[in-house]
Design a protein around this ligand. Sequence first.
Ligand code: AMP
Ligand code: ZN
Length: 667
Amino acid sequence: MSTVEQNLKILREELHQHNYNYYILDKPELSDFDFDMKLRELQTIEKKNPEFFDANSPTQRVGGGITKKFSTVTHTNRMYSLDNAYSYEELADFETRVRKIIEDDIEFVCELKYDGASISITYKNGKLLRAVTRGDGFQGDDVTTNIRTIKSVPLELRGNFPDEFDIRGEIVFPTKEFEQLNNNRVKEGLQTYANPRNLASGTLKMQDSTEVAKRPLECLLYNMVGNNIKVETQFDALGNAENLGFKVPNISEKAKNMAEVIKFIEYWDVKRRDLEYETDGVVVKINSLHHQAELGYTAKSPRWAIAYKFKAETKTTLLNDITYQVGRTGAVTPVANLNAVELAGTIVKRASLHNSDQITKLDVRVGDYVFVEKGGEIIPKIVGVDLSKRTEDSVATEYIKNCPECGAELVRKENEAIHYCPNQLYCPPQIVGRIEHFISRKAMDIDGLGRETIEQLFRANLISNYSDLYTLKDQKANILILERMAQKSVNNMLASIEESKNQPFEKVLFALGIRHVGETVAKKLANYFKSLSSLENATFEELIEIDEIGEIIAKSVVEYFSDLSNIAILQKLQSSGLQFIIDVTEDSNKTDLLKDKAFVVSGIFTIYNRNEIKDLIEKNGGVVKSSISKKTDYVLAGDKMGPSKLEKAEKLSVPVISEEDFKQMIE
Ligand code: AMP
Ligand code: ZN
């Protein structure tokens, strides 16, 4: 082994250990800063020595891989569903069925039923090989790249592991973070996510693993499947999994009889509210693996387990009013204002009604007594109307036609459930929301003014869009006469506004708040076009040709630039001195080696990963396109490139090059 290889090995092992201390044991031995330093060191060595690439290196946790289409994988061992029990009688029936087959003493294990997305992870020789969603139980989607970013999933095992086995678990989105995320979405005028379960499975299917890495997913494990699992009981299997470095929730208990099972259920039916993730029931399993084998499976589920479902708590209360919120993008959300009720431990006064379809479906009316439920979801929802209490003078709800804030007539786009206020320019919550987005940390990063100050400045006619921020310095006297405006804080605010002129073009582009242009897309577009003026002139056709830019984004960009009021704002921003171009000469990492060459990248690569390749092309002056055309200069082909692409390249006589060729081009 060379010294480099040895160094890599030591550093990787060290980082795996620190990761384990932090995420599994909850006993970090290194400060976050020192950890980051070590990780960076590893990244640097790996970059310089791509021949020692390891898919299970701790550096892979930050993501990087893009999956355009998840490949389908057949499960080695089928993933079954569970039979449900909704009452204690049904639990007793389960016991009777088991006792008919097993004549020995039986013992139960009680576990929580985690509410997320099921996953099966295969380990071979102690290394994570593959992670597959449940799918239809026979086949699922390969989401390995995304699963690697979850910190509590070990990439390499500890202790005495079987050569090859699957571990089963649930990927969950912790409730607190879920709420935070939704609160932010409300502020940005975006539709909120319905519940943590859908968000967890949605996140697993995201194409960009870097985005997945940013989300706080957790993996909770409950089962090991394979030939060499050297334990006799389910309970010991859980303990064993823990020894191998997995995160196994520490709440499972053995029960000698149904009475003990019920005690567990009643305890957790209350205590589950203190957990960091959601659970919708208790899974009762027969403990002995030998008994499990004897009991076997029905067509769809094991005979040795049953899921007892907690009841979602429902209350009725009076619907006082329906109000409508307008977000930064103009999206309107109807909100039910209720007589306060206590539900699942919290006081509920408001519930989301989602959109007009939902209101029609439930026929909810002001003055109705409605059923409010807080089950799997964090935000309470209205699940029905108590019609027996409806009064005769009740009138059907008519969805508003005009914006409650500015009076403009609402529009509803084809295939969308939400209504929008189209009055972008003059609708106050949209203006304030856009400015709030503009100054946010990931955009222009301006300190010293929050939503309240923005509203205040807006009401005082000192700003009417974000470009006005840059002329505020001429209005200092007028600002100081406003309430709660002190000299010092105003100075800080103005200094921060000035400072923001140094933010690079990609941040400016993100700050503009063009619909569907998030942080990643802004970066992409900035790198591709290099200046605002060339982006402004781009046509729809040109935009969709760019790698990872789809029709929705392209349409939104074109629409943005065809609006003259936006152009006026942009002109003001430009004359204020914001960065509207990328200065290529300034970045010493950049070269002209691939200047103006268009690449299409396809297949699986070994030296670099796909994102690195794209970065390298861009850093060296080239561009990445999504499909092959006459204008393509090179097709960079990895392993398993689609035959149709190859055919097209040949037909159009576009040179097909290998990863090696590419490496030489940029050296
Ligand atoms: P269902 O989807 O209702 O058929 O329930 C079966 C699913 O429950 C399995 O696919 C698992 O993903 C999930 N589950 C959650 N917690 C557990 C647990 N402790 N034991 C077994 N399955 C569980
Ligand atoms: Zn409006």
